[in-house]
Each structure stands twice: as structure tokens, then as C-alpha cells.
Design a protein around this ligand. Structure first.
Ligand code: BGC
Length: 376
């Protein structure tokens, strides 16, 4: 998946429609114009005549690699039931083949919409194709489903923007501590099977790369490629081990000023590693507003996180499902950015928000759990 260049934005609607009409599916910036926002019904034919108000909706969630997924489970159950639907919400803690079986079973049970937070966005194309063949609508939730036509909509916080906010926070945090560089940093990315991991990393590098090029930033380990920075399975122990190795190899005398961490779980593992090595805690970014990380931010340890309120993401998804049920086009606000390799998937993108100690109180004022952590 790639972001589409400005050239694609300039593509005329006529040529975009002509390409779409040919059913062309090459990974070319030119294939993604897709018409105007909202004009999404022509392609995969998601919105048809609607379906029964008490239809079965399947929600296939990945592993519990961060708190947002656990929250999503209960929210989907509550919100789908409140809207009158039957809900089948599943985690796939045992991995990809379990998730494939779960999606297949949702299709067999006759689910009208299947919402998928993919473990590996590239390995469920036959299952989502089966869903389409059975007449269901497929919504990619939080993570894009890749290399298939059989995905109708994408609903997520803007992942590229998340990465950009993380990159900027890393720079701001280090500058606040030490006004002038150069700064030593290390880079961590998420699990390479998760379609989001590269997008977060690319967004962050969009901000950090110019500073690496001009010498303001230095990665002492030399590990600046996504493939070197990845954390298999989003596992804390893998990030901690890698940080231990980096510290031993490159920071016996050098100072470590900052670490780009793609989420809160990994941020805390990185901080643990640094503390165990007897070093000062550097500026560490994060994502997800996890309870322990919000506490750490309030205490002045982890530098930043991202607020991507799961309640709003689930609400937006259930809103799409209600529209489909009524035979209407679900709301989308982006038909340019999220190319899954064969098509640009019409997306409803929500705006992520950076949170540091500065704005932690305002950021979670409306959150019943997190607001309790920021008083005082
Ligand atoms: C989500 C992040 C989360 C990560 C690990 C990503 O796909 O977008 O919010 O931290 O998965 O669970």
C-alpha cells in the first residue's frame, strides 16, 4: 500500500473513471482517482438494497496486541446489539489460520457485513472473496486488507498521519530537553505482517529523514530500514531484546536521546530496557493511549502517545453498517490515499491526536477511564 502522489490528485475524473471502467487493477498512482468522495457504489457494489435490521454482523479481530483491540471487542458487541444486529465478534489469538477459519465461518453463517482487523492483511484474500461471493460487504477495520478487490471500505485513524505525529513528537521532545543537536536516536517499527506497521514508519520517516540527511539526527546502530526496525508480532519482549542489543552495541559511552516507538506496549518495553541498562530514559514516542503509558506520561517518563479513541472508531464502523443495512452508501472521506495493491479502498479516516504531558488532561477529558489518571 502506498500513498498516492499529488499527480493522482490532479488526474481528471474522466480518465479515472475510464480506468476504473476497464477494471484495471495495476499498482499505479493513476488507477486510484476513483471519482468523488461518496461515489463509491459503482465498483465492488457494496451498497445494494440493504438487509434485515437484525442481520448477523461478523467482526474478526486480530490478537490482543494492544488495549485498543480488547476495547473494540466489547464496544462492537454493545454497539451492534444496541443497533439491533446480531454480533459475532472473534479474536484470533492463535494466528492467521484461525482468523481465516473465523472469517469463513462468518460467511457460512450468513453474515451480511464482515468487519476485519487483519493479523496479516495479505493472507485473507480467499476468505474475503468468499464473503463477497456470498453477497456480504467487507470492511477493513484499523488495518487495510491487501492485494484483493474483495474489500469494500476501510475505516481507520489516518495511520500515515499517526507516523508523522510520532516523528514530530520525537523531534519536539528532544529539542525541549536539549535545544541543539545532533541527537542520537533509534528507530522501532511494528510487526511486518500488519499492514499498518510500514505506514506508521513511513509517516515518521517523512518527518525524520530530512533531519537524518542533514546530520541533526544520528542512528548510532545504523539500523534505519523498516526491515531492521520491525518488531515481530508487536511483542514487547522482542522490542526489549532489540533495545538491549542496541544499547550494548552502540551506547556504552554515547548518549541515547530519543527512540521512535510505534506504540505504547513497545514504548514501555524500550523504557524498561533502558532503565535496566542504568541509562537515563530518552524521549520515547508511543500510540494507543494505554493506561500504563498515560500514567507514565503523567509521571514524566514516556514522552508521547496518540489518542485514537476506540469508541469513535467502532461508532464510525457501526455507522457504516447501519447505512448498508438501509441500502445507503456509507460515509467515506478519502478515495485517494489507501491503495491496497490492486485498488484504492474508499476510506473513512478519523483524525489521530498527539498527546504529551502538556495536553494530557484536555486530551482525555471525555474519557471515563483515562480522565481519572490525569487529575492533579
Ligand atoms: C494498530 C495500533 C496497535 C497495533 C498493535 C495496529 O494495527 O493500529 O493501534 O498498536 O496494531 O496492536
Amino acid at each position: 500500500m502506498r500513498r498516492i502522489t499529488t499527480m493522482a490528485v490532479a488526474l481528471t475524473a474522466a480518465s479515472a473513471l475510464a480506468l476504473a471502467g476497464c477494471g484495471r487493477a495495476e499498482e499505479n498512482p493513476g488507477n486510484g482517482g476513483g471519482g468523488q468522495p461518496g461515489a463509491t457504489g459503482g465498483g465492488t457494489g457494496a451498497a445494494g438494497g440493504g438487509f434485515e435490521g437484525n442481520a448477523l454482523i461478523g467482526v474478526a479481530l486480530p490478537q490482543k496486541t494492544s488495549e485498543n483491540w480488547v476495547l473494540a471487542e466489547s464496544l462492537f458487541n454493545e454497539d451492534l446489539k444496541a443497533a439491533g444486529f446480531q454480533a459475532d465478534v472473534q479474536f484470533a489469538n492463535n494466528g492467521v489460520s484461525e482468523q481465516q477459519n473465523q472469517i469463513q465461518s462468518m460467511v457460512t453463517k450468513g453474515a451480511k457485513v464482515i468487519v476485519v482487523g487483519a493479523i496479516d492483511g495479505g493472507q485473507i484474500s480467499s476468505q474475503v472473496q468468499a464473503a463477497k461471493d456470498a453477497g456480504a460487504t467487507v470492511i477493513a477495520y484499523d488495518r487495510l486488507i491487501k492485494n484483493t478487490e474483495a474489500v469494500d471500505y476501510y475505516v481507520a485513524y489516518d495511520n500515515y498521519k499517526v507516523g508523522q505525529l510520532q516523528g514530530q513528537a520525537l523531534l519536539d521532545g528532544m529539542k525541549a530537553k536539549k535545544p541543539n543537536g545532533p541527537y542520537n536516536i533509534e528507530l522501532f517499527a511494528g510487526s511486518p505482517d500488519d499492514a499498518n506497521a510500514k505506514v506508521f514508519f513511513d509517516g515518521a520517516m517523512n518527518i525524520l529523514k530530512p533531519k537524518l540527511d542533514d546530520g541533526t539526527l544520528k542512528v548510532a546502530s545504523g539500523q534505519t530500514d523498516f526491515t531492521q526496525a520491525v518488531t515481530q508480532g508487536w511483542k514487547a519482549e522482542n522490542a526489549q531484546k532489540r533495545m538491549d542489543t542496541l544499547l550494548a552495541g552502540s551506547y556504552s559511552s554515547a548518549e541515547l536521546d530519543g527512540v521512535l516507538s510505534p506504540n505504547d506496549t513497545l514504548a514501555r518495553a524500550i523504557i524498561t530496557s533502558v532503565k535496566q541498562a542504568g541509562k537515563d530514559v530518552p524521549v520515547v514516542t508511543g500510540q494507543d493511549s494505554e493506561v500504563e503509558s498515560v500514567k507514565s506520561i503523567v509521571a514524566g517518563e514516556q514522552y508521547s502517545t496518540i489518542n485514537k479513541d476506540t469508541r469513535n472508531l467502532v461508532k464510525a464502523t457501526v455507522g457504516m453498517i447501519k447505512a448498508l443495512q438501509a441500502g445507503q452508501q456509507p460515509e467515506v472521506n478519502d478515495t485517494q490515499q489507501y491503495n491496497n495493491g490492486v485498488k484504492v479502498v474508499p476510506a473513512n479516516l478519523l483524525e489521530p491526536m498527539i498527546v504529551t504531558k502538556e495536553n494530557v488532561k484536555e486530551a482525555y477529558a471525555g474519557d471515563p477511564t483515562l480522565s481519572k489518571l490525569t487529575n492533579g
